[in-house]
Design a protein around this ligand. Structure first.
Ligand SMILES: Nc1nc2c(ncn2[C@@H]2O[C@H](COP(=O)(O)OP(=O)(O)OP(=O)(O)O)[C@@H](O)[C@H]2O)c(=O)[nH]1
Ligand SMILES: [Mg+2]
Length: 577
């Protein structure tokens, strides 16, 4: 069929079907679709045998163009992306969520929100713009109480969504497969035509931009005799034209686009948001089930990355530096180790810069991601109990094996080793990849450029006065510390004087401090009195003296040494302002 002027306009909107296992997603997709597409309904024999969905299923549904999508004539195609519900398949769900425009959250009306319904809601908040909640299996509610039970669950869901970006979204009650698995196919679903009307009212044209590199998520790959191999999928970014070279990065091969189809109609051009089939030659479809194709060399394969991130509020527990997470980077999931850092104090209130990382700036190392419930020092110092959190935080991710991904892609960190029956949210953080490190030796070539520092604070005591311009200190260093490397560093006495470490003194880690402006008379007095008291201790008979002898390391004057050290500085330089 040729694309003549009479060809009707068809717009495509991807609708994700997400929810807890067995909530009836596949049954709903089946009830909704009139036209089964090539990859629909648990095709995999393993899926059918186990009665659970193992991979994304695609099917579609056509309706007239709703008024908000502009003047007709035309058609609207909903591509239904049926996601698996089983907890172990969350990576597939995250991948699926990234191509959808509108999400249907399927809830078993007799059960309400379940663990994976909550995880899907979290993923939806990160990756999707719009949502419709579907309360399924209403046939299981006793007829007399059905309406009131639906209303009750609707209220409950509204409350759950109150603090999410989907607050106020439509909630529709259906029975996708009344009577359950044993019921005859002739049993008509309930509420599905109403649901289609709601989907139409929620349909929107996602922002589409032909600029930038071409990237497409392939969901199906098959060969056509005499033609070649067709890869169908959704264009995630950029555009593609007939004759273009495209790369299959997972296989490191480049192929020329021989022909293209949209909605069974040949086209010469397609762009972001379109669903297309791309035909190439001499490519074995068995090599690619699902994956990405792109402009040659536009994806990078990285060993580590800097991301900006946010903690997922439902994740219980702290996010700690050095912890390992499953990290989904774009469409791949690998294990990765994290190191968190925040703005340096001087930049604390700076506005967020989206999508860039500034290597000129200094950053403060964090033992854990700072959040309202973190146990960081910030909290202890804050009397009001209100923690002031930075506007933006970052992490360095180091992957156990390299991942291939687009620039600025979505990153989701999760703890998938958590017991799947534990009823907790396993998704821990989400963010944007700002900088990937392609060099395998990034620890030597790249990390030294990353100016993340730790603030080091050491405290010691003045042991005694030497003369007006010098004192002897102790307890700042261990006996075996090489004091030589600290010579020249500035210290401050608790009485206000500035000093400079002059060198070691004796063998037990003591050292000499020079006070360029001289000791204040008060300080000298304090130290002299203290030494006298100390020498008197033991003989003392008053309660006061007893106290000082009990605690004979307590000297009235403390020495504090403050410096910063860059985490990736190989020379471990100590820096003072
Ligand atoms: N009574 C009743 N049973 C239903 C309804 N919808 C689905 N079921 C049954 O619920 C079970 C699960 O349905 P599926 O559609 O496979 O559920 P799913 O959400 O796709 O499951 P996973 O993909 O494995 O997460 C099946 O036995 C269905 O027959 C419904 O509206 N009413
Ligand atoms: Mg299913």
């Amino acid at each position: 069929m040729a694309a003549g002027p009479a060809a009707p306009r068809v717009l495509n909107v991807n609708v994700g079907v997400l929810g807890h296992i067995d909530s009836g997603k596949t049954a709903l997709a089946r009830a909704l679709s009139t036209t089964g597409s090539t990859a629909a309904f648990d095709r995999a024999p393993q899926s059918r045998a186990r009665g659970i969905t193992l991979d994304l299923g695609f099917s579609c549904l056509r309706t007239a163009l709703p008024p908000q999508l502009g003047p007709g004539p035309g058609e609207l195609q909903f591509t239904l992306v049926d996601c698996p519900g089983h907890a172990s398949l969350i990576r597939t769900i995250i991948g699926g969520a990234q191509i959808i425009d509108l999400m249907m959250l399927v809830i078993d009306v007799t059960k309400g929100m379940q663990t994976q319904s909550a995880e899907c809601l979290v993923i939806g908040q990160i990756a999707c713009q719009k949502m419709v909640v579907v309360l399924n299996k209403i046939d299981l509610l006793p007829e007399g109480k059905r309406q009131s039970a639906i209303e009750k669950m609707t209220k409950k869901m509204q409350k759950t969504l109150e603090n999410t970006k989907f607050c106020g979204c439509p909630i529709v009650a259906v029975a996708a497969k009344p009577g359950g698995p044993e019921a005859p196919e002739s049993e008509n679903p309930l509420g599905v035509s109403e649901l289609i009307e709601v989907l139409k009212s929620q349909a929107y044209l996602p922002s589409r931009d032909p600029s930038g590199h071409f990237l497409m998520a392939v969901d199906h790959c098959f060969s056509i005799k005499g033609q070649g191999t067709v890869m169908t999928g959704t264009i995630l970014s950029g555009s593609v034209s007939l004759g273009d070279n495209v790369e299959i990065p997972a296989l490191k091969v480049i192929k020329k686009v021989k022909s293209m189809q949209m909605f069974h109609t040949p086209v010469t051009y397609a762009m972001q948001g379109d669903r297309v089939g791309i035909c190439v030659t001499q490519f074995d479809p068995k090599l690619l089930e699902r994956g990405l194709i792109c402009t040659p060399e536009s994806l990078h394969t990285i060993h580590a990355a800097i991301i900006s991130l946010k903690k997922i509020q439902y994740f219980r527990g702290a996010l700690q530096t050095k912890a390992k997470f499953h990290v989904t980077v774009g469409h791949e999931t690998v294990m990765g180790r994290v190191m968190f850092f925040s703005p340096a104090p001087a930049d604390f209130n700076e506005e967020i810069k989206e999508n860039v990382f500034d290597f000129e700036k200094d950053y403060l190392y964090q033992e854990e991601y700072l959040s309202k419930d973190s146990n960081s020092e910030n909290k202890e110092n804050d009397q009001a109990g209100e923690v002031q959190l930075p506007k933006q935080q970052w992490a360095l991710l180091e992957f156990e094996k390299p991942v291939t991904c687009p620039k600025l892609c979505l990153v989701i960190g999760s703890k998938l080793d958590t017991d799947i029956h534990a009823n907790t949210c396993r998704l821990a953080f989400h963010g944007v990849l700002l900088q990937g490190m392609e060099d395998k030796n990034y620890t030597e070539t790249f990390l030294p450029k990353l100016k993340v520092y730790k603030l080091k604070h050491k405290e010691g005591q003045v042991e005694r006065v030497m003369d007006d311009y010098s004192v002897i200190g102790r307890s700042l260093f261990k006996k075996e510390t090489n004091i030589q490397i600290f010579v020249g560093l500035k210290v401050k006495l608790s009485t206000g004087e500035d000093g400079i470490i002059d060198g070691g003194f004796g063998q037990s880690g003591k050292f000499k401090i020079r006070i360029p402006d001289g000791l204040k008379p008060d300080t000298k007095m304090l130290l002299t009195v203290a030494s006298k008291k100390k020498s008197k201790a033991g003989k003392g008979d008053t309660a006061k003296e007893d106290e000082s002898s009990k605690n004979d390391s307590a000297q009235p004057v403390t020495i504090s040494l403050l410096f910063k050290r860059y985490v990736f500085d190989t020379q471990k330089k100590m820096i003072q302002s």
